[in-house]
Every structure is written in C-alpha cells, then in structure tokens.
Design a protein around this ligand. Sequence first.
Ligand SMILES: Cc1cc2nc3c(=O)[nH]c(=O)nc-3n(C[C@H](O)[C@H](O)[C@H](O)COP(=O)(O)OP(=O)(O)OC[C@H]3O[C@@H](n4cnc5c(N)ncnc54)[C@H](O)[C@@H]3O)c2cc1C
Length: 451
Amino acid sequence: MTEQQSALPVAVIGAGPVGLAAAASLLERGLEPLVLEAGAEAGTAVREWGHVRLFSTWDEVIAPAAEKLLAPTGWQRPEGSTYPSGRDWAEQYLQPLADALGERVRYGVRVTGVSRAGRDRVVDAGRDKQPFTLQVTTPEGGEERILARAVIDASGTWNTPNPLGGNGLPALGERAAADRISYRVPDLNDPVVRARYAGRRTAVVGSGASAFTVLAGLAALAEEVPGTHATWVLRRGISDDTFGGGEADQLPARGALGLRAKAAVDAGHATAVTGFRTESVTREGTGVVLTDEGGRHLDPVDEVIVLTGLRPDLTHLTELRLGLDERLQAPVEVAPLIDPNVHSCGTVYPHGAKELSHPEPDAYLLGMKSYGRAPTFLAMTGYEQARSVAAALAGDHEAAARVELILAETGVCGGSGLFDEPGTADGAQGEGGCCAAPATVQIGGPATGGC
Ligand SMILES: Cc1cc2nc3c(=O)[nH]c(=O)nc-3n(C[C@H](O)[C@H](O)[C@H](O)COP(=O)(O)OP(=O)(O)OC[C@H]3O[C@@H](n4cnc5c(N)ncnc54)[C@H](O)[C@@H]3O)c2cc1C
C-alpha cells in the first residue's frame, strides 16, 4: 500500500449494528473509519422494524469494541439479560455509538457505486495500488466521490426483501396487487396498521422468525377482534422442525416465537397450507387469491404479508471483483458454513477475514449482507467478522485468524434452500431435516451435533 493510500479512511457502508461495530473495531486498531449511511440516523433499517422485540438479549447484541468506545462517554449499559426491541437497540445503543464516532459517520449519504480509482473491473494493471473510489449521493441531492484504502460493505439486506413468487421472481400480478401486499412485520399496536388486519383474512407467506412473529401477533388480535384469521402459506410440509428449536433453542426467546406460532395454529387462528409455491396473485371481489405452480387456489384473503427472506443488493458493487457463491450470493468460503440446504438447524460457524475475503483485496461484505440469502445471521457473528477484518486491515493476521465466538444453535430449522414437492405435506420430514441435539460450535474445533 502506498503512503497516500494508507492515509485514506476505511469506508464503511451502513451505520447499522455491524457497520458501527466495524468502525469501532477499526478505531481500536488505529485505523480511521468513515461510515456512510443512507438514512438520517444510526440504525435506519433497525428502526424500521423498531416495534419487533429481538430474540437476543442486550448481552448478545452489544459489540465488545463498541462498548469500549462507549464506556468513557457516560453511556448507561442496558441490563444485559433483558430483550430490547429494535427501537431500543437503535436508541439506546446504535445512536450513542454513532454519536461517539462523531464526524466519522455521515448521514444521508447513499453509496451508489464502488470501484478502484481509474480501474474498472476488467483492468489488471496496477489495480491493487489504486485506492477505492466510492460514488455517493449527498443529502443535498448532489453527487460526490470518496477515496478509501479499503471498503467494508455492511449495508444489510433490509431494503431488498424476496418477492412472493415461489421461483424467486415476483408472482404474476404481485406488482398490480401492491396495495394489498406488505413485506414487513406489521406493528399491530399502531391503530392504523391494526385496522388493516383486525377482523380480516391475511395470508402470511414464509416460515422464519418473522412469520412466527406475525402469526403470534394476528392470533392475539383474533382473541380481541373476531374474524381476524391467518392463512399460513409454506413452501414445505410441516414437520417437527417447522416451528424452530422450541425449548431446545439456545436462544430461548427465539424458541418461544416458534411455540407461539404453533399455538396460533393449534387454536385455529391460523390455517397452515403446505407445499404451496406461489405462482400468481389475482383480485377477486374485495379480496385477493393466491394460486400455486400446480394451479391450486387459496380462499380469498384481504391482505398478504410476504416474509420469504431477504437478498443482497449488489448493484453498487459491480465494478469490484467479488467471489460470491452462486446460490447464496455470500462470499464463497462463507457460503458452505451457512448454507440452509445443509445447516438446516442454524448450525452456523463463526468465521473471519479469511473466509470473508474476495479476489479484490481489502474489499469485504460484513453483517447481514455477508450471509447473502441465508436466513441465519446473528449480530454477534457480525461483530466477530468486524473484529477479524479490522485486525486483518491493520496487518495483524494472527489476531484476524483467531476466531473465538461461540454461537447459539437450533432455531432456524429448514432454511430457505429446502424444497418439498407439493405432495409432501403435513407430518413429512423434509429433505435436510433437523440436525441432532443442539450443540456448541467453536471455530477450530469439531462441530458437535451438526447435520
Ligand atoms: C425483524 C428482525 C429481527 C432480528 N432479530 C435479531 C435478534 O434478535 N438477534 C440477532 O442477533 N439478530 C437479529 N436480526 C438479524 C440482524 O442482527 C439484524 O438484521 C441487524 O440489523 C443486521 O445488521 P447489519 O448492520 O448487517 O445491517 P442493517 O441493520 O440492515 O444496517 C444496514 C445499514 O446500511 C444502510 N444502507 C443500506 N444501503 C446503503 C447504501 N447503498 N449506502 C449507504 N447506506 C446504506 C441502511 O440504511 C442501514 O442503516 C434480526 C433481523 C430482523 C430483520
């Protein structure tokens, strides 16, 4: 690296939990971060789901490097064993952390492109000697270029939810029915949102923690407002692992979510439809009708909530030489560690700079974005990624290789990669079913209880 290059900041895209943790880790290593956040505040994405309670405790969502940075500011650490909402996480931790970083965080700055200065993706000559250049839009609506010695993209996947279509494309008619479709967990305490679902029929599409949250919320609403009912639409059959790890989940609140969803079905507030891969959505009377690839129609519903996962937006990264797995769109060495086709119970292994590196040196995807389409990301994984990558950028390769995080297991059973033929319905154990007993996995050691 040239002297000129090493004087440049490390650009961090996104002031979410992981981008801010990366900035704190970089500072700890004596490197200067510059965090570029599209929104007006820290944790812009987290605030959008601020009404949702995390299944992790405060102890599990505070980065060690961030805590060190916050300690001298008089920051009051929330009680570690309690569960924050997204809003709590943003207001009581992310914003104070961003404030502690001061002018190193710029708001209203959206990154629209990243390249090597003077080199497009094709050019080899002198490539590694060139700094990165980031094209950004500014709050005033202008454009600007920012030079950086390295780039950490921690921009998450929140803004690119998967569509309704079972084949990954928007279902036929999905755009035309947009007024009836939401891709978010509704805030049922908000009177306007509540009125949208109270006493009405809602199709809830998806089988992860967000779908469980909605099923539980609609069931509670149904107890108060008769006529509230959910049709729970699953691509797979229902099996022992459909509702997650339950009481065996090492994150008890995550396990409890699945149990609440099961209670919603058992109480008749939700009817499960299995083996349904949505092909189209059509209006019928006052409702909408979902039809699957086999021509099966569901009864009309008033609303549809699509919670089929998230995918990374890679459009601003096309000039970089990234090594991404063709299925998950995660870094190639990370993908096998998190592949939902294999790790159907959330058997996710911690990892660091080595696994996160790309053919383009000093460019990294961290946080939710590093998981591509895999649904099993935990904040702690991102904090460990941040620590390791900061160490690598500082030249401390020994520390970068030393990954010490222990992750909780069980919970996201039957990930998005699993496929059941429509015929394999209730009671069937889908391909890649639940792993053995929950286990503790430590990098460098054997994975006990894996699939
Ligand atoms: C509903 C929900 C509940 C969750 N609960 C838990 C939990 O209990 N425990 C747990 O460990 N994990 C949980 N997660 C998973 C994960 O920890 C969070 O999604 C976390 O917010 C991921 O952090 P991140 O920094 O990677 O991305 P994000 O929080 O998505 O932050 C990305 C940031 O980048 C900004 N951005 C995006 N594009 C650009 C751009 N082009 N230019 C500039 N800025 C940009 C966004 O505005 C945003 O502020 C949950 C996720 C969701 C959705």
